[in-house]
Design a protein around this ligand. Structure first.
Ligand code: FAD
Ligand code: DLZ
Ligand code: SF4
Length: 507
């Protein structure tokens, strides 16, 4: 008997705390592919394939170090159906003195973990997840007594505590945040760098067969699959990003182009969230690129802010506000998801592109998630629970700790403004400025009334009119509310009728 170290599918890092002090002679690492995790929401096929493949490769790496790994592959007769069952079977096999785990990324899994000691009659040690640069305790202390939990203030603290892009007490270049430089539309002729492709090896091909067979009814395309699934390939992807895309990452961070899902984004989120890359090493690589002159400050600051700012901040908010956060619905939204969220089959070209790419790649970049799909969910008043479930199952990087605050707080304003100081609502003009989608759309982005009007326009004004009372006290909304109030009543009524006809047609 020694220690059982239970490693979850999103904890695939050699430096994860549950492996601290591991004795290769007496201890056993337990890993399990289980139906419950793949189906509690029916994840995109590519996400399941990615995680199972990454788990199998990680287990092989551990074995290569001489560590004993008790691994349950999906679908074996008598295999475990849930994480709890997997651990139970492992406890029966190994009779350990104790169990060590790292805290999970979801509330429901933490609840299960807290029962394990009683259930198995064995001590369970739950260790902090040190991959995050701000612990849940430190975040709670930061939040305590503050009226305003804005990301920007948190981010400055994180810059100070990590030392990234700091000159003594001051931010490199004199400003904390260079976001204003990061909103350029993409020039039509600018070429996008070609990415390396990571072709499946025999282990990954076996996983792809399993997923094709056992998860055929799940959302999304399984083929082609070319995502990194090993630590080695994850490092290649990081190097490629820093050398080829990071220099223009800032400039075109908000831009969208038909047929180019990635542009200058890193596509590292799934690798960071499952442990194959550490957030700190990604920031360090980007910072080095700035200091060596390979990437400009607006790009590097923007990238580091997403990771030590937004990423750490949403995780802090999740653990601070759960479990009640999941049920937030400040705007009383209750419309079911339209069917095209599952097919991408809609005349709204921006949504067809963003959802189509989501279906193909289990990926959409931030502005597609926020200002196209998210903006639509907000304006159309879609049910927050249904929207949460959709975002959690369609993206390869989605776990509740990161998905939920982005959905509840950032796109839906369902937490009443805890996370965002104003709703991220926009009319078609924003999408037109930042993308080439409108040129290929059957709607006219300039029109606001009638069957050919871009639906985002009437929906935007209808949204403001519906929630006028709530937003009238918000300083950041004052200009839009004033414009609404100045609008000729007949024109507003016509827009609201157009919005209403569109929403009725959604079914
Ligand atoms: P890049 O643009 O290259 O950004 C670099 C890194 O910064 C990302 O890899 C990611 O780790 C981090 N990051 C950037 N923005 C955020 C953010 N808002 N919150 C947390 N981390 C961030 N990200 C997830 O990892 N999982 C999710 O489930 C998820 N759901 C989202 C849902 C909505 C509604 C929105 C608006 C955003 C969501 N995001 C989520 C954040 C962001 O869109 C993705 O992290 C990003 O698109 C991933 O692509 P990338 O790696 O190319 O990002
Ligand atoms: C997302 C996921 C999937 C699809 N499958 C597994 C699995 O079979 N085994 C496992 O340990 N973890 C899996 N995961 C990740 C877990 O859902 C994740 O650890 C929790 O959501 C907590 O973040
Ligand atoms: Fe989207 Fe409107 Fe542009 Fe069509 S016209 S792509 S619906 S923003």
């Amino acid at each position: 008997p020694g220690t059982l170290r239970f490693l979850l599918g999103d904890q695939l890092s050699r430096s994860v705390s549950s492996l601290d002090g591991l004795d290769p002679h007496g201890d056993v690492v337990v890993m399990a592919e289980v139906g419950e995790e793949a189906t509690y929401v029916p994840h995109h096929k590519k996400k399941i394939a990615f995680l199972f493949a990454a788990m199998r490769h990680f287990a092989d790496d551990l074995r290569g170090e001489g560590i004993t790994v008790d691994y349950a592959a999906f679908g074996q007769a008598g295999g475990p159906a849930s994480l709890t069952e997997a651990l139970q079977q492992a406890v029966e096999r190994h009779r350990p003195d104790r169990i060590v785990v790292t805290e999970p990324g979801e509330w429901r899994v933490l609840q299960a973990m807290c029962d394990w000691s009683d259930l198995f009659g064995c001590p369970v040690e739950i260790r902090e997840d040190r991959r995050f640069l701000c612990s849940t305790e430190v975040f709670a202390r930061w939040a305590e007594g503050r009226k305003d939990l804005r990301m920007e203030f948190f981010y400055r603290e994180m810059r100070r505590s990590t030392g990234y892009l700091m000159r003594g007490k001051d931010p490199e270049g004199g400003a904390w945040n260079l976001d204003k430089e990061n909103r350029k539309p993409l020039p039509k002729t600018l070429a996008v760098p070609e990415r390396p492709s990571f072709l499946p090896d025999a282990t990954t091909r076996r996983v792809l067969d399993t997923v094709a067979r056992d998860f055929a009814d799940h959302f999304g395309d399984l083929d082609p699959f070319d995502y990194p699934v090993t630590r080695e390939d994850a490092l290649v992807a990081l190097d490629w990003f820093v050398e080829n895309a990071l220099p223009l990452y800032g400039d075109y961070q908000d831009a969208m182009r038909t047929g180019e899902p990635l542009l200058f984004h890193s596509n590292l989120s799934a690798l960071i969230n499952c442990g194959l890359l550490l957030p700190a090493e990604c920031c360090r690589r980007a910072e080095d690129a700035y200091h060596s002159g390979a990437a400009p400050l607006n790009a590097v600051e923007g990238f580091i802010r997403q990771i030590i700012g937004w990423r750490e901040y949403v995780r802090g908010i999740y653990w601070l506000k759960m479990p009640d956060y999941a049920a937030s619905n400040a705007l009383g939204a209750d419309r079911p998801l339209p069917a095209f969220f599952w097919t991408g089959d809609t005349d709204l070209n921006c949504l067809a592109q963003a959802i189509g790419e989501t279906k193909a790649n289990a990926y959409a970049h931030h502005i597609q998630r926020l200002m196209v799909i998210g903006n639509f969910c907000l304006l159309a008043g879609l049910d927050p629970r249904a929207v949460q479930e959709w975002y959690l199952l369609v993206y390869h990087d989605a776990y509740e700790w990161v998905e939920m605050p982005n959905v509840v707080g950032m796109i839906l304003f369902a937490d009443g403004g805890l996370l965002a100081s104003k709703p991220y609502a926009a009319s078609g003009a924003y999408i037109d400025r930042m993308s080439d989608y409108c040129g290929g759309c059957r709607y006219d982005v300039k029109q606001r009334v009638g069957p050919d009007a871009c639906p985002f326009n009437p929906l935007y004004w209808d949204f403001l009119a519906r929630h006028r009372q709530r937003f009238s006290g918000n300083r950041r909304m004052a200009m839009m509310i004033a414009t609404l109030d100045r609008m000729e009543p007949g024109q507003l009524a016509a827009m609201r009728a157009t919005a209403s006809a569109f929403l009725d047609d959604l079914g």
